[in-house]
Ligand binder design. Structure first.
Ligand SMILES: C[S@@+](CC[C@H](N)C(=O)[O-])C[C@H]1O[C@@H](n2cnc3c(N)ncnc32)[C@H](O)[C@@H]1O
Length: 230
């Protein structure tokens, strides 16, 4: 496997079990829902992954657009939400072709680590074009340089303890040692950003940004930013 999108396009065991997957996507959906400005808002969840609880977001919005670079993920989502009239699933190219100024909220959660700086900047330029003047961009779960395996393990175990999957989490961690994810992480690497770097990148892309506490996800060593058009 030579790139991250190929990884996300193939079956993977990134979650330690079904309960972990369920808890993860429910938490993320509830967080995204809290950012939806009104029940007529048009929302994009970009790099949304399997987002199995996206209906919780759609229930609070006028329209929810799910987009992911992995074809297999989009196929999964299109089937899962075929019955939800205000959810659509679009490719990144289809997102780029949406009318300028037509989107009220864009969420990019836990994706920036898989993008090179130039890819992130190109994406931010697209988001800037798509956002309505009063719109908000949320960039979540950004990896800072100082994050380490111990912090990641600690955050996972805390989540597992709170949700009753501690044993599975130990098993998942053992599996991770030999996983494709770990191999790719050491061959391709992940992109890290300091808080100042991400603020500067957002400013260069034409956004006024601020750090948002807490981070969207469970690992509070990672960062979330809220950005509006400058
Ligand atoms: C860690 S998952 C995050 C999923 C979801 N946003 C969440 O919060 O759980 C990363 C997702 O980003 C997608 N992704 C990675 N690189 C991408 C790119 N260049 N364009 C669009 N999606 C991408 C992957 O396919 C994967 O589904």
């Amino acid at each position: 496997m030579s790139d991250w999108l190929s990884f996300w396009n193939s079956p993977n065991r990134i979650y330690v079990n079904e309960l972990h997957r369920d808890v993860h996507y429910r938490d993320v959906a509830l967080q995204i829902r809290s950012f939806v400005p009104s029940n007529t808002a048009t929302v994009i969840d970009y790099g949304c992954g399997e987002s199995i609880h996206a209906d919780l977001v759609a229930g609070a919005a006028g329209k929810l657009i799910l987009s992911d670079g992995a074809d297999a993920v989009r196929d999964f989502l299109a089937k899962r939400f075929a019955h939800v009239p205000n959810i659509s699933v679009l490719s990144p190219a289809e997102i780029a072709a949406l009318p300028p100024g037509s989107i009220d909220l864009i969420v990019l959660n836990s994706v920036s680590q898989y993008l090179k700086q130039a890819e992130l900047e190109a994406l931010l330029a697209t988001f800037r074009k798509l956002l309505a003047p009063t719109g908000t961009l949320v960039v979540g779960d950004v990896l800072p340089p100082h994050t380490n395996a111990l912090t990641e393990v600690g955050a996972l175990m805390k989540l597992a303890y709170a949700n009753g999957f501690v044993l599975a989490a130990f098993g998942g961690l053992a599996r991770t040692l030999f996983s494709e994810y770990r191999k790719l992480r050491s061959s391709l690497g992940l992109t890290h950003h300091t808080e100042a770097d991400m603020m500067a990148t957002l400013a260069r892309a034409g956004f006024r940004a601020q750090r948002r506490y807490p981070n969207i996800e469970h690992n509070q060593a990672r960062m979330t930013f809220l950005a509006r058009l400058a």
